[in-house]
Design a protein around this ligand. Structure first.
Ligand code: GLN
Length: 250
């Protein structure tokens, strides 16, 4: 059987997959590449390691979580390629940054022992490490519908004035356990604490990122194929019901 012609090629950059990809965040890259293929596009996955150069054309950028030590290891390289990322973000390139990379896309992450890791400032957020971690399953209300995931972070993140969150916390801690916000979103750049990994568990979010990326890559609107997401939908529905329907006040 002949393969149908590709609808276009999409370049996806995964930032620091060795240092920043804990709790299965590599699954986000695999999910995007697999869904692009199933929708009829050709994914071109580029791993960016410290010392490397970003490709000239980038349509989608993802980054994952990491230990404080992993964040310190990528810090200098992130500063080196920072201007390109800031420019691409302002130009509308979709980006998904999870946990440790979310913190580094903000203004700064101050670790629990007081070390200040400066961020790129693409998202107007600042994170302070704490001795107590925020851990557990999460349910959010977002512009992409209900989103589920799992958080594990010491950093408490505060949004700057006017910074839009990624979602509102229906269950879990979110940015700081206090203000009911989770993550941050500016244009097509999303930062979030949610592992899971987040994209296989929330396919509509994956397809929203793909739609932005396909438009950039091909100059045409995203033409999705019907995909069977029933397993993900069932799993997400269960997490939403388990965490939001039995607790009074939640
Ligand atoms: N080191 C950061 C924190 O604990 C990020 C953790 C993570 O990426 N899971 O806040």
């Amino acid at each position: 059987m002949n393969e149908p012609a590709s609808k276009g090629s999409v370049t996806l950059v995964h930032l620091y997959p060795r240092e920043m990809s804990i709790y299965g965040d590599l699954g986000n890259t695999r999910c995007l590449a697999t869904r692009l293929r199933r929708h009829g596009y050709t994914p071109n996955v580029v791993e960016h390691h410290p010392g490397g150069d970003l490709p000239a054309q980038v349509h989608l950028v993802v980054g994952g979580g990491g230990q404080d030590s992993g964040q310190a290891r990528v810090e200098a390289d992130l500063a080196r390629i920072g201007a390109q990322l800031v420019h691409a973000a302002a130009d509308g390139v979709p980006m998904l940054m999870i946990c440790g990379m979310y913190q580094l896309f903000g203004n700064a992450f101050i670790t629990a022992d007081g070390t200040r890791l400066p961020g790129l400032g693409i998202l107007d957020v600042t994170t302070q490490g704490n001795p107590t971690r925020m851990i557990g399953p999460v349910v959010l209300d977002t512009a992409y519908g209900p989103v589920v995931g799992y958080e594990n972070h010491s950093g408490a993140t505060t949004l700057g004035p006017g910074q839009e969150p990624f979602g509102r916390v229906l269950a879990g801690h979110g940015n700081n356990g206090g203000d009911g916000t989770e993550g941050a979103r500016t244009g097509n750049v999303i930062g979030s604490y949610l592992h899971g990994p987040i994209l296989p568990a929330n396919p509509s979010l994956a397809d929203a990122l793909i739609a932005y990326a396909v438009e950039r890559a091909t100059g045409r609107a995203f033409e999705p194929e019907p995909l069977d997401d029933s397993l993900a939908d069932e799993a997400r529905g269960r997490q939403v019901r388990r965490l939001t329907s039995t607790r009074p006040g939640r």
